[in-house]
Design a protein around this ligand. Structure first.
Ligand code: PEP
Ligand code: MN
Length: 338
């Protein structure tokens, strides 16, 4: 960390900053320029925060010089991490597609969705049993019964399952149902206690981007999980909030190459929650694969008009199968497969 002193900072103020750095176990390097003094903190500066120094008399500003994330950073781990989800590699040369309904509703719906996901070429199945809804009066999900339906319909087609964990009290139940990938939704990206809990286990985690989170905040959220010992983290870009109202969210395609540069962990894209309309899903999926996404999370429903949640953005199984063919061509054009 570097602390820049004000031009008129006195010797006592400089010494106070030096003392604070030493008190945290770091060494000090002082550089006296013609106009101002710069104080460098030498050592693991992750224990220091700018707010420790900014209010001190004589300090103009202070800043980190290294990134605050470490375990998730490519700087520390050059090779791509490939995460094994029940035998399906995520982050390797194959673009993995996860498909399924927004929410688990009924057994016939889940059977048809699983069959459609499998037939279209998805390698994993999604389905929300616990739904984060804006309105408390809206359908909240089938709960544990939903986990049961997801597990059995997906098992029948050999698909590992992905589902959202909202409440840490359900973690044990998720483990009992052997949920293959735990999804942390956009609204919980910075629920640090939840992140710490999924950090304690080894199950792969899909960490969705908070709807207004910066890339740095997102990486730091992942660092919470990694710091607990769970390095099986998959980033999922799902669109961010902007001033635009013509679609649900803006798919931040730029985030894909930026994240691939910053982290060794896999990056997938959810085109369904980004656009919010089924007709936008193919274009956004193509863009995501072309930009280097390691996978897609796509909502499909056997009868979208009847869906209890996100009806307007679900593809039918037939639309999904058509899209998968197109995505195959894009993946091959960039040296991958799907
Ligand atoms: C979902 O995947 O069903 C979901 C609620 O997504 P998000 O957290 O991105 O809104
Ligand atoms: Mn949804």
């Amino acid at each position: 960390m570097i602390i820049v002193m004000q031009p008129d900072a006195g010797a006592d103020q400089i010494e106070a900053v030096e003392a604070k750095i030493r008190a945290h176990g770091l060494a000090v390097h002082v550089s006296r320029g013609t106009e101002r003094t710069l104080i460098g903190a030498i050592g693991d500066e992750r224990t220091l925060e700018p707010e420790m120094f900014d209010p001190m008399p004589g300090v103009e500003k202070s800043m980190h010089i290294v990134k605050q994330y470490k375990m998730v950073a490519r700087e520390w781990h050059k090779a791509n991490t490939v995460i094994d989800v029940a035998g399906i590699p995520i982050g390797g040369s194959t673009v993995q597609v996860i498909a399924g309904p927004c929410s688990v509703e009924t057994m016939p719906q889940m059977e048809a969705a699983a069959a459609g996901a499998r037939a279209g070429g998805a390698r994993l199945m999604r389905g929300g049993a616990f739904k984060p809804r804006t309105s408390p009066y809206a359908f909240q999900g089938r709960g544990v019964e939903g986990l049961e339906m997801l597990r059995s319909s997906a098992d029948a087609h050999g698909l590992p399952i992905v589902t959202e964990l909202m409440d840490v009290r359900m973690l044990e139940t998720f483990l009992q149902y052997d949920v293959d990938v735990i999804q942390i939704g956009t609204r919980n990206m910075q629920n640090f206690d939840l992140l710490k809990e999924v950090g304690r286990i080894k199950k792969p985690v899909i960490l969705k981007r908070g709807m207004s989170a910066t890339i740095n905040e997102w990486l730091m959220a992942a660092e919470y999980i990694a710091a607990g010992g769970n390095h099986n983290i998959i980033f999922c870009e799902r669109g961010i909030r902007t001033f635009e109202t013509a679609y649900r969210n803006v798919l931040d395609v730029t985030a894909i190459p930026v994240l691939k540069r910053e982290t060794h962990l896999p990056v997938i894209v959810d085109p369904s929650h980004a656009g919010g309309k089924a007709w936008m899903v193919p274009a956004l999926s193509c863009a995501a694969v072309a930009a280097g996404a390691d996978g897609l999370l796509i909502e499909i429903h056997p009868n979208p008009c009847e869906a209890l949640c996100d009806a307007d953005q679900a593809l039918t199984p037939a639309e999904f199968a058509t899209l998968m063919e197109k995505l195959g061509a894009i993946a091959r054009a960039i040296g991958r497969d799907i």
